[in-house]
Design a binder for this molecule. Structure first.
Ligand code: ATP
Ligand code: MG
Length: 389
């Protein structure tokens, strides 16, 4: 039996004139995500995207897995391709829907005729298909109000399609429709989740990571790459800039008061990041900060880090509890990697009593022993670029 995948757009329906553009980007993203799974035809018609495998070698079930992670898709389903006549629809439906129907006790059939020349009306199609399914599966009954399964029959231009269970898509907007932003990625739980949240709203991601060898190990860097590759399953390719941060940390340790270490480190990260971000075409920075989670994320602390950064900073987790963040990190499969115990540059230099109520003036005073511009430029010139798929 020939099978295809039918995809329904998410919020795209809201976008008026932009819709075509959005759909084209979505199709491009879908095509990229399944390009190594075999040959298929991808086309759109009447707000539905069709994926038609060209032959048996197409990896259908892996394609379904990947499509689950493409943003901009509300729902999708596999469907059986039928000829445009009732005989073929009735011949194929029971077999095709067997697994779905065995799982439920109640169902109903809905029919849609995009081709109005089809000889039966929609209610007639529903009656016929429903009757055949009831006779094949005696455990079933029809429930038009609250069925466990809705069987869809669609009569389109060239074919009819029969489909059972609708699968939930990833929602959001297609990656690339909202521009580019740079995620400051650590090896922790929060920043990969923040990256995922913003990719979901259509941003294409660049990433910036600060590494402090030998305080941080190559395994910590590898951990960041692994985390990004998990995010990239949703966001597509991510360009990663790895910034050497050791000298800056040593300078801070030598020249600044200990209770300001983390804050000054964060300010240095923001200064460097906004320059790297601008170079890579990003319009904003993204961080995994959540209000009050740690000393450097109190409101006065965030004010002092924002002050040194002209670029907007997106903080999608700002109002979330740790539990809510962890729930997402489990869902996107970054949690187990995030909790691996490799040191991050921030944890290496954590002060015993970090400042929770800094002011702009006290921060400026605390970092006056640093040659900030020189340190920023040097770090940028020594940054190493790579990309993550
Ligand atoms: P995470 O779980 O993301 O590490 P966290 O709760 O540990 O967050 P901090 O260590 O204070 O918080 O970092 C706050 C934010 O700063 C992170 O979410 C991330 O965006 C950024 N950040 C921290 N360390 C680094 C780093 N080494 N490289 C790049 N960005 C970093
Ligand atoms: Mg961290």
């Amino acid at each position: 039996m020939k099978e295809i995948i039918l995809i329904k757009n998410g919020e795209l329906t809201l976008k008026g004139l932009n819709r075509c553009n959005f759909e084209d980007i979505l199709i491009k993203n879908i095509r990229k995500s399944i390009r190594d799974l075999g040959e298929c035809n991808i086309r759109k018609a009447q707000s539905t995207i069709f994926i038609e495998p060209k032959d048996e070698s197409f990896d259908f079930s892996e394609a379904l897995e990947r499509i689950k992670r493409v943003f901009g898709i509300a729902g999708f389903s596999r469907a059986c391709v039928c000829e445009k006549n009732m005989d073929d629809i009735i011949a194929k439906s029971p077999d095709y829907l067997r697994d779905d129907l065995k799982k439920v006790k109640t169902f109903k059939v809905e029919a849609k005729r995009a081709d109005k020349r089809f000889p039966l009306t929609s209610p007639e199609i529903c009656r016929e298909v429903g009757g055949v399914l009831l006779s094949h599966f005696p455990h079933l009954s029809v429930d038009v109000h609250n069925p466990e399964l809705v069987v869809n029959v669609e009569i389109r231009d060239y074919n009819a399609y029969v489909r059972g269970e609708q699968l939930q898509g990833a929602g959001g907007l297609p990656v690339g429709t909202a521009g580019n932003a740079s995620i400051l990625i650590s090896g922790g739980i929060d920043s990969p989740v923040a990256a995922w949240c913003m990719a979901k709203r259509g941003l294409r991601l660049n990433a910036i990571h600060f590494a402090s060898p030998p305080y941080t190990s190559p395994r910590a860097e590898q951990k960041v790459k692994t985390l990004l590759s998990k995010v990239a399953r949703y966001s597509g390719t991510i360009n990663l800039a790895i910034v050497p941060f050791t000298e800056i940390q040593d300078q801070i340790a030598e020249n600044c008061p200990e209770d300001y270490f983390t804050l000054i480190m964060r300010r240095m990260m923001m200064r460097i990041s906004q320059k790297l971000a601008a170079k890579s075409g990003s319009l904003a920075l993204i961080t995994g900060e959540s209000l009050g989670q740690v000393a450097s994320q109190t409101l006065p602390a965030l004010v002092t880090t924002d002050y040194v950064c002209e670029m907007p900073v997106l903080r999608p987790l700002i109002g979330m509890d740790k539990e809510e963040i962890i729930e997402i990190s489990r869902k996107i499969d970054t949690f187990e990697t995030s909790i691996l115990p490799y040191e991050d540059c921030c944890t290496v230099f954590t002060p015993k009593h970090p400042k929770t109520r800094p002011t702009l003036e006290s921060c400026a005073e605390a970092e006056k022993g640093l040659d900030i511009d020189v340190l920023v430029e040097k770090a940028i010139s020594e940054t190493i670029y790579t990309y993550i798929e």
